[in-house]
Design a protein around this ligand. Structure first.
Ligand code: SF4
Length: 173
């Protein structure tokens, strides 16, 4: 889970399928830190409302993200997806879960096929199962519910580059 709003629809879908879900919050490269805290707090509010158990990986490793992306900013999302899905798959195995998934699969703004590809690769690496679903079909439903819950809704993807692009009016490539 990267934030509250993006997690609503995936959680509902899995719960409807009678999957016993535990959240895993990991969102280490959000800029600035105050924005990171807002997203973390939104997950806590959602968890409370949905009575959801969440494992919080409260790591803010902005420097590591920048070190690994600064020389090739245009491919940063692949690194970002990999680090998130790797941490999620590892946590799933360490905590004895049968499968893992990602709220990244909900976003219309992400490279969906790349996320799916990396998820399957991480499943293979850790000997876990990747629960794939095109959660984008619940885009409008998720937005509506996040508004009804008055959850904090972010205005840009998250990292320092996306924040710059958002407020300089640069279209993401
Ligand atoms: S734009 Fe979004 S997905 Fe891409 S690196 Fe930044 S935070 Fe990650």
């Amino acid at each position: 889970m990267c934030c509250g709003p993006c997690a609503i629809y995936p959680l509902k879908k899995m719960l409807e399928e009678r999957i016993e879900v535990c959240g895993f919050f990991y969102n280490p490269n959000i800029h600035p830190y105050t924005e990171y805290r807002k997203r973390l707090d939104a997950v806590k509010i959602l968890a409370d409302k949905m009575e959801l158990r969440v494992i919080y990986c409260d790591e803010y490793s902005m420097e590591e993200f920048i070190r690994n992306t600064i020389d090739n900013v245009s491919t940063r999302c692949g690194y970002c997806y990999t680090s998130r899905l790797e941490a999620t798959a590892r946590a799933a195995v360490e905590n004895g879960f049968d499968l893992f998934s990602s709220s990244l699969l909900y976003s219309k703004y992400q490279d969906h096929e790349l996320i799916k590809h990396i998820g399957l690769r991480m499943a293979n690496k850790f000997g876990a199962h990747f629960y794939y679903s095109d959660f984008r079909i619940g885009w409008k439903e998720g937005i509506k519910e996040s508004k009804e819950m008055s959850l904090y809704r972010q205005k840009y993807c998250g990292c320092i580059y996306s924040e710059k692009e958002r407020y300089l009016g640069i279209k993401a490539g």
